[in-house]
Design a protein around this ligand. Sequence first.
Ligand SMILES: [Zn+2]
Length: 210
Amino acid sequence: MLLSGGIDSATALLLAKETYSARALTFEYRGIADSEIQSAREMAAKIGVIEHRFVRLPDLREAADIPGINFGGLPPTYIPLRNSVFYSFAASYAEETKASALVGGHNRDDTPVFADVSPTFFANLEKAFRAGSPILRSRRLRILRPLGRMRKHQVVRLASSIGVPLRLTWSCHRSGREHCWECTGCLARSASFRKAGVEDPLAPDLGKVT
Ligand SMILES: [Zn+2]
């Protein structure tokens, strides 16, 4: 299970736990907020995993930290071919632990933006991992994206209904004790909760009547 501090991966983890005993893998790339790492740590402990492993990738940078390169209009948080890197680590971990599935929390809103979350990409990656590993081939390794057909606000609604500890999630691109409510991550979170009709336990104005 690839686990960040976000709502999507926490929801996917809770769903995966219905079928699998899960291990969590969190990537510490350059630019990720410390608060998001902490959130992933607390979420894994709360939901319960066999092991939570952290992979440090300090040389893997977001587009915003790579000056002079145009990534074709992708957002500044884009990491070049990030999912091929992340899932290759996850497949290595799966081989080591003889896992039969890799689970990611990608939702439908990610697909038009990032080519490396497309169904074609994952189908080919699954084939490549099976071809490259007799163990993963015998385990019939699958890459599962349980939220792949859902929009972000639908994920929020599902997360709320199945009891994802939303208070522990982190969506802000900045680090700190609280969300900044100004960055794209925070704005997307606010919009998703509003559209879902779900109260965000982290929202600063929660309980106030306007
Ligand atoms: Zn923010």
